[in-house]
Design a protein around this ligand. Structure first.
Ligand SMILES: Nc1ncnc2c1ncn2[C@@H]1O[C@H](COP(=O)(O)OP(=O)(O)OP(=O)(O)O)[C@@H](O)[C@H]1O
Ligand SMILES: [Mg+2]
Length: 272
């Protein structure tokens, strides 16, 4: 790895290529005897920002794992464009990148080497091409100065940005984020939201975001779905979903803090 990073001007121009829509068709998933996803159908159009919301444990990450082919459906299917998401050959046809909930950076590798790992392992290009990709991705996210740092030296917000930069190195045609703003302060959350929206704006990449963050979903989603207990219970534009009269949806989006009748007491009762 060359240390002469500063001398080259990087263009900060994100990759622009073909992008793919996603179709989830009657997807159900059981782990043993537990059903986690129940008959989920939805379509994410090419170029859209689509948010998946829902309470903890409702099945959002499991749904995301089916889209990236890390889980196989019990029944139903998921298509990326015309390709079956659970077919390993689809990975050769579609560049997809998932920004994991916890970042999933390798602590023993520098930021540069974290970003270079995938193109090196898949021999996508020679070392100078890899350097261009890595530095371009870091420049897009204003992370040039972090190139030699290790994950333990980064703040939470920087780790999230490095994880996004690592996804960009794959020149994704489908970009997925799992909880990109979790554990961030409101300003850093806003920064990440701006990054997600700007990347879609500049590349038109289809973007799927799993999030609890109402500010994120309601500011940048073209459409969103709310999943509860493995089922879709609302889907539409942010304005359409906000108008829902379903008490479960309104309680999820605007929970009232009720100290006279606290929820944890109800949880306790349910288990008794
Ligand atoms: N590999 C697995 N084996 C068994 N059960 C699993 C597995 N993966 C997930 N689950 C279960 O599926 C349910 C949904 O999990 P999932 O991770 O999708 O929730 P989530 O909606 O992403 O929650 P959170 O908002 O907390 O991230 C949980 O009850 C979880 O325990
Ligand atoms: Mg999750």
């Amino acid at each position: 790895m060359s240390s002469n990073f500063a001398s080259t001007a990087y263009t900060a121009a994100p990759f622009i290529g073909k992008t793919f829509g996603v179709t989830v068709n009657k997807l159900s998933k059981k782990f043993g005897r537990t059903t986690v996803l129940r008959d989920i159908s939805l379509e994410v159009k090419a170029g859209e920002i689509f948010c998946i919301m829902g309470p903890s444990g409702s099945g959002k990450s499991v749904l995301l794992k089916h889209i990236v082919g890390l889980e196989r459906p019990t029944s139903g299917d998921v298509k990326i464009g015309e390709f079956d998401a659970s077919d390993p050959a689809t990975r050769d046809k579609v560049h997809l990148a998932l920004v994991f909930q916890a970042g999933a950076l390798f602590n023993s590798l520098s930021v540069y080497d974290n970003l270079a790992l995938y193109p090196r392992e898949h021999r996508l290009c020679n070392e100078s091409g890899i350097r261009d990709r890595v530095m371009n991705a870091l420049t897009i996210l204003s992370l040039e100065k972090a190139v030699k740092k290790f994950p333990s030296e980064l703040s939470g917000g920087m780790k999230k940005r490095v994880a996004i930069a690592r996804a960009l190195v794959m020149e994704p045609q489908l970009l997925l984020y799992d909880e990109p703003t979790s554990e961030l302060d409101p300003v850093m959350s806003a920064t990440i939201i701006e990054i997600i929206a700007t990347l879609r704006e500049q590349t038109a990449v289809t973007t799927i975001v799993v999030t609890h963050d109402r500010a994120l979903a309601f500011s940048i989603a073209d459409r969103l779905a709310i999943i509860m207990d493995g089922r879709i219970c609302a889907i539409g534009t942010p304005a359409e979903v906000k108008q829902s009269k379903d008490p479960a949806i309104t309680n999820f989006l605007n929970p009232v803090i009720d100290l006279k009748n606290p929820r944890f007491k109800q949880l306790e009762n349910n288990h008794e």
